[in-house]
Design a binder for this molecule. Structure first.
Ligand code: 3PG
Ligand code: MG
Length: 388
């Protein structure tokens, strides 16, 4: 795939660049960027630095969380701007409030300086591919650069695809790097095993279908596994699951999808010991919080035969050290394996960092859903817009 990248922009000096980044990082309870959560910021830096060096005026647009079109002070991008600024070693002026009020400033900002707009998902029409909103954003700039790989599957976001209709659009270096690495494995059809976990189930459930024809096995954990278990008639108590995915989950029963056989459960988060039970024994007040030892062994056997492994989403509530075990055992095993392993998505990478294994894998993608959408071969209009 040939992309128009930022090194092909002519006469960049003094140009106003609207730079779409994925800065969707976890915050701690004091609304600071969480420990181990800032790695996505580091991956955004080469593009910013290049534009600064070329004396462009850089205006960053990004989202944080899912505020559903309403202003939510807890999801302000200000702390993210501050952390990014430290990493960049350069001031980032935060343009709070309504982005439309900053148009004049976009002209007067010094060459080589960087500003950041407030969370674009505070805009009620951001998630509606709204032409009027995209046009308003385009007024802030002469050129649009998209480097938000992790959000590339959200093409209906007005700041992703639509804004590229109103400005010349280019890809940043991160999107180029991701596409180069991921396209390498796009055509591998034998020996592929996928691990799907995490708390968000709906996007992934749809993707399993597109993968199932060319995948040896799909190993599931987290909300996705709970949804599959429920679809096959098991009681899952108070476990997290996705109601809207039940129909697809039923269609996936008896396919390449492998579900947990035993699980770690609890009825509250205060307990200090793992309680392991078979999937048929979950009580109605209990939550499934990790996979159990029989499942770990079963999944390990499958993974030993794989040539390429793609992992998105931990198996359970890994933030708690009692429930990290399933994800930890599997990740440690993969770190030693000869197979090519690609990790993607916020939590999976955080887990690798926590275990100090993040240097052991073939590639770490900044995208979870975006990586899977790309690898699943689905159309990505926001990426199409950046093609030559
Ligand atoms: C992500 O973190 O996966 C991307 O930034 C997209 O976020 P979303 O799943 O809230 O759309
Ligand atoms: Mg995510």
């Amino acid at each position: 795939m040939k992309l128009r990248t930022i090194d092909q922009i002519k006469n960049i000096n003094g140009k106003r660049i609207l730079l779409r980044l994925d800065l969707n990082v976890p915050l701690d309870d004091k609304c600071r960027v969480a420990k181990n959560g800032d790695w996505r910021l580091a991956r955004a830096i080469p593009t910013i630095q290049y534009l600064v060096k070329k004396k462009a005026k850089v205006i960053i647009v990004a989202h944080l969380g899912r505020p559903k079109g309403k202003v939510d002070p807890k999801l302000s991008l200000l702390p993210v701007a501050q952390t990014l600024s430290k990493k960049l070693g350069q001031e980032i002026e935060f343009w709070s409030g309504n982005f439309r009020d900053w148009e004049e400033d976009s002209y007067s900002m010094p060459k080589g300086s960087v500003s950041m707009l407030e969370n674009i998902r505070f805009e009620p029409r951001e998630k509606l591919a709204c032409k009027r909103l995209s046009r308003a954003m385009a007024k802030l700039a002469d050129i649009y650069v998209n480097d938000a790989f992790g959000n590339l599957h959200r093409y209906e976001d007005a700041s992703m695809e639509m804004v590229g209709h109103y400005l010349p659009a280019y890809a940043g270096f991160l999107i180029r790097e991701e596409v180069e690495h991921l396209s390498e494995v796009l055509n591998i059809k034998k020996g592929l095993v996928i691990i799907f976990g995490g708390a968000k189930a709906s996007t992934k459930m749809k993707l399993i279908k597109s993968f199932s024809k060319r995948t040896d096995s799909v190993l599931v954990g987290g909300a996705l596994a709970n949804t599959m278990l429920k679809a096959s008639g098991y009681m899952i108590g108070k476990s997290l699951f996705d109601k809207d995915s039940m129909k697809i989950a039923k269609e996936l029963l008896g396919t390449v999808v492998q579900m947990p056989l035993d699980v770690a459960v609890s009825s509250n988060f205060k307990v200090k010991q793992r309680k392991i039970i078979s999937v048929g024994d979950v009580g109605n007040k209990e939550m499934i919080l990790d996979i159990g030892p029989v499942t770990i062994a079963h999944y390990t056997e499958i993974l030993k035969k794989a040539k390429l492994i793609i992992w998105n989403g931990p198996f359970g509530y890994f933030e708690n050290k009692i429930y990290i075990k399933g994800s930890k055992d599997i990740m440690q095993m993969l770190a030693k394996s000869k197979a090519k392993v690609i990790l993607g998505g916020g939590e999976t990478v955080e887990l690798a960092q926590k275990l100090k294994l993040d240097k052991q894998f073939h590639f770490i993608s900044t995208g979870g859903g975006a990586m899977l959408t790309y690898l699943g071969g689905a159309k990505m209009p926001a990426l199409e817009r950046l093609k030559k």
